[in-house]
Each structure stands twice: as structure tokens, then as C-alpha cells.
Design a protein around this ligand. Structure first.
Ligand code: MSP
Length: 501
């Protein structure tokens, strides 16, 4: 099955921070799960490089916009690589393929009669690149997201006639229940549509750093129109029709701050252009630091690479994925990070791996015995697999990991109940250890999307060839796949315990 997944494209006005890492890692883990399912996965991320904010940031850095974006975009690509993110493509909105596709999309909406010239004056938040009405602002005319005062803008703009799309959008959502996950985020989007839709401007004349409208080049495309289009231009819209038809529609993973653009504007733009709306949206909450959204404006930015130096890539990924149910806001703290690392990774998984290797080394001459077919652990494993299938399908990594860690705990408990370290070599010991090895094999498959290097290392240590990446679920996670007779290696602790600095 085709599975095309996108992250938001990040503004290049700042270096990547923990909030960006969060949505990218969730998307990476979900796409890796779909790779295990055998889907034809295409995972896209990228950078949003046009607009006034970029011009301002470039001039503050003393660079022209192109030189500025060229200096920042690679930081995103490099950070994702460092965090084990396996994206198939990286789109920059300054690329030619994007420019071509945006032109085509604009022209299609214009030809459909949904883009018209009008005069507009209103209160504009430059940080959001968005006009607001009085009742959408905090006292003192401040934007609710950035807490910054808005500015009065007056422009002759082209407008997208979003107001014509209220009924069509409501009908589309009624026909596609479950398209927005989790459910309560769908209510937010539907509330926006039911509340009435205002036309939005799709062009600026005050700006040159953007993509010109094909029929009136005095105007450049509004940054959101330009940015949203990345999801189709990256897969060939405007340049490679057959690729586009193969991959679209895709799933969007987004933050709750950009619901309006993704769940209201974007499907209307697509419908206008005669294209299919997205296959679905998975909407995440914010990662808060000290109760506030992390952002450059708030000044509470955490660099993900600093955390990786402390707990490793997988320690960091595990914390982000396990600690916050996707959709809810999460609270980032170093105490939380170290706490989860010590309890779930060092104590549970790390201990299990090292115990199994030690006992097999001593009692089984280092060769892993085959599992039994009627193990008490097999039902725990089957339950973990079932829960993983359901949870990843719902974009809920925390639930999936919880289920996998239940299997790890059950396996540790099985060892404690049977005390194989006290057993003499023989059938009874082989049985306990074969079952534990089989549980570890299944754990390695199930946790690969979240902690790929750890899963690959466990796989290697229990003597298996290839990689969990090559496995296909659910078949490969069924009980009985560990062959026995392979050499089990004891290595250094996977997760040495950490003290709070
Ligand atoms: N460029 C636009 C998106 C265009 S998509 C066509 C944008 N960029 S952004 O860099 O400001 O933020 C993008 C996304 O990053 C947010 O929607 C959210 O998914 C993620 N996050 C940014 N800060 C975050 C947190 N503090 N916590 C969780 N996610 C955060 O908006």
C-alpha cells in the first residue's frame, strides 16, 4: 500500500529546536512502522523559505535571503540525519520543482474562478503571516500564539474565495470520518469551518521574496499558499504527473498551531484545483518547557543535539515518543528525560538484554536455545503485537511503546519467576532462555521504529542476521521465529544509568 507521510516544513528563521525534532521524530517512527508493514513508504520533510520573516531574519544576519536560507536549511537536514530520521526526500520551497508546482496550483485555482483581486486592510501578525479579526486577538491587539502586537496592513491582494467552501468542506469531512486524528483535534477543525470561513489573501505586493503569481507577476504568493503546496510539489505536481498520481493523497503530521491552514485552507485549495484532499491529518500538541510553548520568541529553546549528547539518539527518541500521548501537550524536562531513560531503557530493556546474554553465556555455552511453542510469554507477545498494530495505525507511538514495554516487563518477570541463573545447564534452562530470546526478538522488531539502532543492536546480540528493518509485521512478530542455535553476544551495557547533573 502507498503510504506518503509529511511533516510541516520548518521556517528557516531559526535553528532546529526540540519542538521541530518532536514532530519530525514522530513522523519518522510512524513511517518506519509502515516500512515494517511492507507499505510503499515515502516520507517527506523540508524547509519553508519564503516570506517576510525570512527577509527580516536575513537582514538581521546581514545576508541576502538566498544566502541566508542556504546557510540554515542544511542545519535541518543534518539535524534529522543525526537523530536517525530516515526521510526519503527533503523539500526546500526555494527549489525549482516547488516553484513550478506552486505556479501550476495557483493557476488552477485562478482558472477555477476561486482567486480574485480585492482591496484588503486588516490586523496582521507577521510571526503567523496571518490576518486576524478583533475577536481572535488578545487585549492590546496581540496575537494569541506569539503574544506580539499585530500590525495594520492595507494591500491590494488576490483572494482565495474560501467562503465558497464551507459546505463542500463540511460534506467532505462528513464523508471521511476519522481523517483528522486524534478525534478531539477534528472537532477543533470542524469548529473553525462551522464558525464561518473568510476569504484569505494569497498574494503580497509588498514582498519580492517569494513565488510570483503566473498571471500577475507584481504579486508574489502568500507564504502559506506557497508552503502548503510543498506536499504536492515534492511528489511531482507540476513536474512529474505519474509520480504525483502514484503518491497523492498523503498523510500530514502537523502541530495544533497550524490546524486552520492544513485542515481548512489546504483541502479547499486542493478541491478548487480539482485535486483530492489529503488522506488524513495527525495533529500533535505542543512540547512545553516550563509551561510555555518552545519558541525563539519565548526564549526557551532547547537544542535537541545537546540532549543527544547526554542520553544518545535512541534515549532522546524514546523519551519524545513515549512520554507524551500524541495529540496532547507534553512537558519537556531534563528530570523527565533522565527518569524515563533510567527506568525504561536502563532498568527494563537494558537489564533484560544483559541478563539474557549473561545467562546464555554461562549456562548455554553462549548459544541461544530455541523457544518453546507453548510459552507463557507467547500470549504477552501476541498482545503486544496486536496493540502495536492498533496504536501505530492511530499515530499513537506512546501507546505502542507502552505495549512493547509490557512485553519487556513480562519477560523480566518471567526470568525472575524462573531464576534461570540458579538452574543447571539442561532442558529447563534452555526452555526459559529460548523463550526470553524469542521475546527479545519480537521486542526488537516492535521497537525498531522508535529506537532503530537499539533494535538493530539487540538483533545482532541475539545472533540474528539481517536487521529488524527487513522484517514484515505482523508475520515476523509471531511467536516462534527465533531459530535457536545462534551465538549470543554480551556487549557493553546498552543504556548505562545516568545521574541528574
Ligand atoms: N512553516 C510553517 C509550517 C508550514 S507547513 C506547510 C511553520 N513552521 S514552524 O517551524 O514554526 O513550526 C512547524 C511545526 O513545528 C509546528 O506546527 C509543530 O508541528 C512543530 N513545533 C514547533 N514548535 C513546537 C513545540 N514547541 N512543540 C511541538 N511541536 C512544535 O509553522
Amino acid at each position: 500500500m502507498n503510504f506518503y507521510l509529511t511533516t510541516p516544513i520548518y521556517y528557516v528563521t531559526a535553528r532546529p529546536h526540540l519542538g521541530h525534532a518532536y514532530s519530525t521524530i514522530v513522523a519518522d517512527a510512524v513511517s518506519r512502522w509502515h516500512r515494517l508493514l511492507g507499505d510503499e513508504v515515502h516520507f517527506l520533510t523540508g524547509t519553508d523559505e519564503h516570506g517576510q520573516k525570512v527577509v527580516d531574519a536575513a537582514s538581521a544576519a546581514g545576508l541576502d535571503p538566498q544566502a541566508f536560507v542556504d546557510s540554515i536549511a542544511p542545519l535541518y537536514a543534518q539535524t534529522w540525519q543525526r537523530l536517525g530520521v530516515a526521510n526519503d526526500d527533503f523539500i526546500r520551497t526555494t527549489e525549482a520543482r516547488h516553484r513550478a508546482g506552486v505556479g501550476e496550483l495557483l493557476q488552477a485555482c485562478y482558472d477555477a474562478g476561486d482567486i480574485e483581486l480585492d482591496l484588503y486592510s486588516g490586523k496582521y501578525c507577521v510571526a503567523c503571516e496571518e490576518y486576524y479579526t478583533d475577536d481572535e486577538l488578545d487585549p492590546g491587539d496581540r496575537c494569541r500564539i506569539h503574544k506580539l502586537p499585530v500590525e495594520i496592513y492595507e494591500e491590494e491582494n488576490y483572494f482565495f474565495r474560501l467562503s465558497r467552501y464551507q459546505d463542500r468542506l463540511l460534506q467532505w469531512y462528513a464523508d471521511h470520518p476519522g481523517a483528522i486524528r486524534p478525534e478531539f483535534r477534528a472537532n477543533e477543525a470542524l469548529g473553525l469551518i462551522r464558525g464561518g470561513l473568510r476569504d484569505f489573501s494569497v498574494s503580497r505586493t509588498s514582498l519580492t521574496w517569494g513565488i510570483p503569481l503566473p498571471w500577475d507577476t507584481r504579486h508574489v504568493a502568500y507564504v502559506w499558499f506557497d508552503a502548503l503546496a510543498n506536499y504536492i510539489t515534492a511528489v511531482g505536481y507540476g513536474t512529474d504527473r505519474s509520480q504525483f498520481e502514484r503518491r497523492w493523497p498523503g498523510h500530514h503530521l502537523i502541530g495544533k498551531d497550524i490546524i486552520r491552514h492544513h485542515c481548512v485552507y489546504w483541502p479547499a485549495m486542493l478541491l478548487s484545483a480539482g485535486l483530492e484532499p489529503p488522506a488524513g491529518w495527525a495533529v500533535g500538541g505542543w512540547l512545553l518547557v516550563g509551561g510555555e510553548k518552545m519558541s525563539k520568541t519565548t526564549g526557551n529553546v532547547v537544542d535537541p543535539l545537546d540532549l543527544v549528547d547526554d542520553v544518545g539518539v535512541d534515549g532522546f527518541r524514546y523519551y519524545l515518543l513515549a512520554d507524551t500521548p500524541y495529540g496532547q501537550d507534553g512537558d519537556f524536562s531534563v528530570e523527565g528525560l533522565i527518569g524515563r531513560y533510567n527506568s525504561d531503557l536502563a532498568n527494563n530493556l537494558g537489564n533484560l538484554v544483559s541478563r539474557v546474554a549473561t545467562v546464555v553465556g554461562k549456562g548455554c555455552a553462549g548459544v541461544g536455545p530455541a523457544p518453546s511453542s507453548d510459552s507463557a510469554l507467547s500470549s504477552a507477545a501476541a498482545e503486544a503485537v496486536r496493540a502495536n498494530l492498533a496504536a501505530w495505525g492511530e499515530f499513537q507511538p506512546s501507546r505502542a511503546l507502552d505495549a512493547t514495554w509490557s512485553l519487556i516487563r513480562a519477560t523480566n518477570a518471567h526470568l525472575e519467576a524462573n531464576e534461570p541463573w540458579k538452574l543447571p545447564p539442561g532442558q529447563q534452562l534452555d526452555r526459559v532462555m529460548g523463550d526470553a530470546l524469542e521475546a527479545l526478538r519480537i521486542v526488537a522488531v516492535l521497537c525498531w521504529p522508535a529506537v532503530p539502532s537499539t533494535a538493530e543492536e539487540v538483533w545482532r546480540r541475539i545472533g540474528l542476521g539481517g536487521s529488524p528493518a527487513d522484517q514484515r509485521v505482523p508475520a515476523a512478530a509471531e511467536w516462534g521465529g527465533y531459530p535457536g542455535g545462534t551465538v549470543v553476544t554480551k556487549g557493553a551495557p546498552l543504556f548505562p544509568r545516568k545521574q541528574l547533573a
